[in-house]
Design a protein around this ligand. Structure first.
Ligand code: MN
Length: 257
C-alpha cells in the first residue's frame, strides 16, 4: 500500500470525507459592489451556443462570462498594488494549493456583530487551544456568513453607512501576513476584508498585507462548519488564467471521520 492507495481506500470507505467548500456558480451568485467612482465586476452568466437544436442538433454547450472575482474564488498577489510585481493566478504554486487548513470559528460573535474584526489576540487564543498555525498552510475564518450566500442583499449586508460584513483588523492582517508562514487566508464573505475596510488605514488591510507578502486569498467558502479546527486538508483549484488577478475556484476539503 502507498499513501495514495490508502487515501483512495479511505475516501471510498468513508474514513476520509470530501467536503465541498465551493458556492454554486450561477447568475445569482453574489458579487462585490464597489461605490462610485470605481468600476465593478460582471456577474457570472451562461450564453447558450446550442441546445440540441439547429445550432447544434446533437449537443448542448454554452459560453460563459464572469469576472475573475466572482463566487468562490482565489485572489492572486498581483490583485493588489502592494503585490503587483508578484504572482498572477496562473503562477500559483500547485504544491501549496493542497495544504493543511486551520479553521478559526468566530460565528457566535459575528452573530452579535456583523462588523466583527478578527484580532491578533484571537489568533493567539486559537493557537493556545489548538497549537501553531499550519506551516505554509491555510487559515479559514468561519463566520457563519455562508448561511446568507443564497441571498445577495443579506450576503452584502449594505445599509446607508455601507457594507457590514466581518473581516480582519489592520494589526491582525499585518500579523498574519508578516509574522506567520501561512500561504493563504480563506473567508465565507464576498472578499477577504471586512465590509467597512475601505475606511481602514491602510484600506483593505488583508489585501494590502496578505497579497503584498506574495500570499493568496480565498473567498465565499461554505460548509466550514463541517471542518475540524485542525487536521483538514484543502484542495484549491483556480483556473490558470495567464496574467489573471484571480479566478473562480473549486475548493474541496479532506476530513478524517
Ligand atoms: Mn477577490
Amino acid at each position: 500500500m502507498t499513501v495514495l492507495t490508502d487515501l483512495v481506500s479511505a475516501v471510498s470507505g468513508g474514513s476520509v470525507e470530501i467536503v465541498d467548500l465551493t458556492a454554486p456558480l450561477q447568475a445569482s451568485t453574489p458579487i462585490l459592489n464597489l461605490p462610485e467612482p470605481f468600476a465593478n465586476t460582471q456577474p457570472f452568466a451562461l450564453h447558450e451556443i446550442s441546445n440540441y437544436d439547429a445550432a447544434g442538433p446533437g449537443w448542448y454547450w454554452n459560453n460563459i462570462s464572469t469576472g475573475e472575482h466572482v463566487g468562490t474564488h482565489v485572489d492572486a498577489p498581483n490583485h493588489w498594488i502592494t503585490g503587483r510585481e508578484s504572482a498572477d493566478v496562473s503562477a500559483a504554486p500547485v504544491k501549496q494549493l493542497i495544504g493543511p487548513a486551520a479553521v478559526l470559528d468566530a460565528s457566535d460573535r459575528v452573530a452579535d456583530n456583523p462588523d466583527f474584526l478578527l484580532e491578533v489576540s484571537d489568533i493567539h487564543a486559537w493557537e493556545a487551544q489548538h497549537g501553531p498555525l499550519p506551516e505554509g498552510g491555510w487559515l479559514l475564518f468561519r463566520t457563519g456568513w455562508d448561511a446568507r450566500s443564497h441571498d445577495s442583499a443579506a450576503f452584502l449586508n449594505v445599509d446607508e453607512n455601507g457594507s457590514h460584513t466581518p473581516g480582519v483588523s489592520v494589526e491582525c492582517a499585518k500579523y498574519l501576513a508578516e509574522e506567520t508562514t501561512l500561504f493563504g487566508f480563506g473567508v465565507e464573505t464576498v472578499g477577504t476584508d471586512a465590509g467597512g475596510a475601505g475606511a481602514f488605514d491602510p484600506m483593505f488591510p488583508c489585501h494590502h498585507y496578505f497579497l503584498g507578502s506574495g500570499k493568496f486569498g480565498l473567498t465565499q467558502l461554505q460548509n466550514l462548519a463541517q471542518l475540524p479546527p485542525t487536521g483538514a486538508v484543502i484542495v484549491v483549484c483556480p483556473l490558470p488564467i495567464v496574467g489573471g488577478s484571480g479566478s473562480p475556484a473549486r475548493v474541496l476539503a479532506m476530513v478524517s471521520r
